[in-house]
Ligand binder design. Structure first.
Ligand code: DGJ
Length: 751
């Protein structure tokens, strides 16, 4: 080990600083229980450690590997904080990998980074904000890398700004937000990610990452970024982690466009993790004098398994990322599955009456209210027309959205409605007027999607965004007290190009599109801060923290089959808190799978997220309405625990278990809610192993109350009893299940 390359003294910084302060050549960035150790070597910044807390920088320096990785003389890479293609200081030859590839203005393909400034800058209390300014050793090309350590939730946010001060444009072949090389930290690695498709989002997969392999996931949709994979990962370092054991690095990219994420374990056990906006359509052209801010990445580490990784990210989301992460989310009814395109005002009023009776708080009108004349999105035209013409269809709704809002208010309900602002149908007035406003190649026929006519607007073009802003502003401003927007997006980029951008900048379209989308969302959110947003993209296609900077929640999936939802919500819970996962009780047979599950099962599953309805209450029997009323009343009581509490996943639905179970515990550990859902019926599954609880106070005594009891059928013998936290977490809660799709919910209150 070349100890002479290390500078022994690391600066240890207090939790927050009042002004910019130079950190010298080494630095420890701490959260409550993790440390990132940085050191400048050969003029470049390296990451010597990321994991459990290390108090002494000298220890990190002495123990970090430097050329001994895997015990092989071939080990050549150095743990760069931001790995750039071609950098000699990051490799003994030149680095052939790297999350940044720049073709400089003169055609040079390599970038050699050196640290020019390292400082902590002022930030909010509880945050240490480190800024590493790096520059190419020859070219005036700058990489400004930020690390914000959030003390309380053990999360480090990191992002990069690239600044081109060269004489001409540079091309960014890769421009990752995270491009960390880790020194050798284990002999085994396992990568968990979430994959899926429409109505099957966030299915967990895990595989061992063996020596010499790279695992890459990503989305090139451009819009539905969270379908084929979620932009997140959990990397187990060492023996396979469980919910409660093992060393796990978890991370999530905050980006709503195309993205790529890869973990490489090279032939010498060196691990590189990269994540960022995808550039597979071509290099991003950054003009002279311009800079670009790349998407943020949230990174966390736990030595206590995957459950803690999730809790860290959930807390970060509620405390720092969601627009109003501590606001309790309302119980709503969305009109979609209850009426699709066929509603009349009377149908919607009846739905409002129904949801009000059951205790709901918000009515949301879904697709089908807009478009005029031959482009009216009515029961006949359905999804073939109208997108982009955000004006009311007076034939369908003579009193408009304003009238519906009035009706909702009369019933004491809040009101919201659906839009799909990134899309147009070629069958629309707006497209007829502006055929050059869509994402397309100038020379090729336009590929279309849903309804045979759907295309994506070119949000790289400010005039397009302004038009949509003006249309939405006109609608919002007329609806007093408007409280909710469902923001849908039902297409991928089916064409590739921007009529607005010049030939040189065509490949910038996907990135500029997403930046444009955020610009529009930010403007609307700033003018209408009280209007909550649900991110939707053909279901869970916008389960991403880029959108969730502006949106309060996302629609978990178009698949509302409760059994399927157990898996989908389980996958989504890895990185997203319950307050952000919209889960609705729908009619049976289920519209997606045809399966019939009991109403209780549907409630028991939906109540583990942000509860809502998506059915016509008129189709419910009086006893079902009575049951629903009780469920909603109970949900309102347990809502703070479910939506704001810590999640403990107890029994996974994966791996052949006949049931799944999870629980939420309030921060003060005074309240908890336990959910159990059976997945497969069988006599031998009716008396499963007791459910061993987690997260309770050992010495507290909890009064147990079973909720959502249907026809007096309880699942425990200890209902109403006070039970010790220690017993519940060691012996577990013995339960009995009966029949297909049985389930149970228990409320625990400390005495
Ligand atoms: C797709 C969404 O996921 C559904 O919930 C619904 O809003 C439809 N679009 C409407 O077209």
């Amino acid at each position: 080990m070349h100890l002479k390359n290390f500078l022994p003294a690391f600066a240890v910084l207090a939790a927050s600083v009042a002004f910019a302060a130079d950190v010298g050549d080494s630095f420890l960035l701490h959260t409550r229980s993790t440390t990132m150790a940085f050191a400048k070597r050969n003029g470049a910044w390296n990451l010597l450690h990321y994991g459990p807390k290390v108090a002494q920088g000298a220890d990190a320096a002495a123990l970090a590997s430097d050329g001994f990785a895997g015990g092989s003389f071939m080990a050549t890479r150095r743990p760069a904080v931001y790995s750039a293609y071609g950098d000699k200081a990051q490799d003994k030859g030149i680095n052939k990998f790297g999350g940044l590839q720049v073709t400089h203005a003169d055609g040079c393909l390599t970038t050699y980074l050196e640290g020019v400034k390292a400082e902590t800058v002022e930030d909010r209390p509880g945050v240490t904000h480190l800024v590493l300014t790096q520059k190419d050793r020859v070219y005036p090309f700058y990489v400004v890398q930020h690390f914000r350590a959030m003390e309380g939730c053990d999360v480090v946010e990191t992002w990069v700004e690239l600044r081109n001060e060269e004489k001409g444009a540079v091309r960014l072949g890769r421009m990752d937000s995270l491009a960390l090389d880790f020194p050798l930290i284990a002999n085994r690695f396992y990568l968990q990610s979430a994959t899926g498709q429409w109505s099957c989002e966030s299915q967990l997969v895990e595989t061992e990452l063996v020596r010499g392999q790279t695992i890459a996931i990503g989305s090139r949709s451009g819009v539905r970024d969270a379908w084929e994979a979620n932009a997140s990962f959990m990397l187990t370092v060492g023996e396979k982690a469980t919910e409660t054991s093992g060393r796990v690095i978890g991370g999530v990219l905050c980006w709503s466009g195309s993205w790529g994420l890869s973990v490489q374990r090279d032939q010498c056990d060196f691990v590189e993790v990269r994540a960022g906006a995808d550039t597979s359509q071509g290099a991003y052209v950054l003009d002279a004098g311009k800079s670009i801010t790349l998407p943020k990445f949230a990174l966390t580490y736990s030595a206590a398994g995957k459950g803690q990784v999730s809790r860290n990210i959930h807390k970060w989301a509620r405390d720092w990322q969601l627009p109003a992460g501590h606001k309790l989310r309302p119980v709503l009814l969305n009109s979609w599955e209850g009426s699709y395109f066929t509603f009349t005002e009377k149908v919607l009023h009846d739905m409002m009456d129904g949801v009000k009776e059951m205790g709901g708080e918000l009515f949301v009108l879904d697709d089908g209210w807009f478009g005029t004349g031959k482009y009216a999105r009515d029961a006949k035209n359905q999804d073939r027309v109208g997108l982009g013409d955000w004006v009311i269809n007076p034939e369908k709704l003579p009193n408009g959205l304003v009238g519906l809002n009035d009706e909702a208010k009369k019933r004491g309900l809040a009101f919201g409605f659906w839009v799909e602002p990134e899309m147009v149908n070629t069958n629309s007035w707006i497209y007829n007027a502006h055929p050059d406003w869509i994402v397309r190649e100038k020379t090729r026929p336009v590929n279309v999607g849903r309804g045979g006519s759907q295309t994506v607007l070119d949000y790289a073009n400010p005039a397009v965004r302004q038009n949509i802003y003006d249309q939405l502003d006109a609608l919002y401003s007329k609806i007093p007290g408007l409280s909710y927007i469902k923001w849908d997006a039902n297409a991928d980029f089916m064409n590739m190009g921007s009529p607005y951008l010049d030939a040189e900048h065509q490949a910038n379209m996907p990135f500029d599109y997403t930046v444009g989308l955020y610009d529009l969302l930010a403007k609307l959110r700033a003018k209408y801060p009280q209007v909550d947003i649900q991110a939707c993209s053909s279901g869970g296609g916008h389960a991403d923290y880029g959108f969730l900077r502006y949106a309060d929640e996302f629609w978990g999936s178009d698949n509302t089959d409760a059994r399927e939802r157990v898996f989908i919500q389980w996958g989504e819970s890895q990185f997203y808190p319950a307050c952000a996962i919209a889960a609705h009780v729908t009619d049976v047979p289920n519209h997606q799978t045809g399966r019939t599950t009991p109403l209780k099962y549907r409630f028991d599953v939906a109540m583990a997220g942000r509860l809502g309805f998506e059915l016509h209450p008129k189709n419910m029997k009086p006893e079902e309405v009575a049951f629903a009323k009780q469920c909603v009343a109970d949900y309102k009581r347990i809502r703070p625990t479910v939506q704001q509490g810590d999640l403990y996943r107890l029994v996974s639905p994966y791996g052949g278990s006949p049931l799944a179970s999870l629980m939420y515990v309030s921060e003060d550990k005074r309240r908890a809610v336990v959910f159990v859902w059976s997945l497969e019926r069988g006599i031998c599954h009716d008396y499963p192993a007791p459910i061993v609880l987690q997260g309770l106070a050992q010495d507290a005594s909890y009064r147990l109350k079973e909720l959502n009891v249907m026809k007096g059928a309880k699942h425990v013998r200890v209902d109403g009893k006070a039970l010790g936290g220690d017993a519940l977490m060691s012996m577990g809660l013995p339960i009995r299940l009966r029949g297909d799709y049985d389930s149970a919910v228990f409320e625990l209150t400390a005495e």
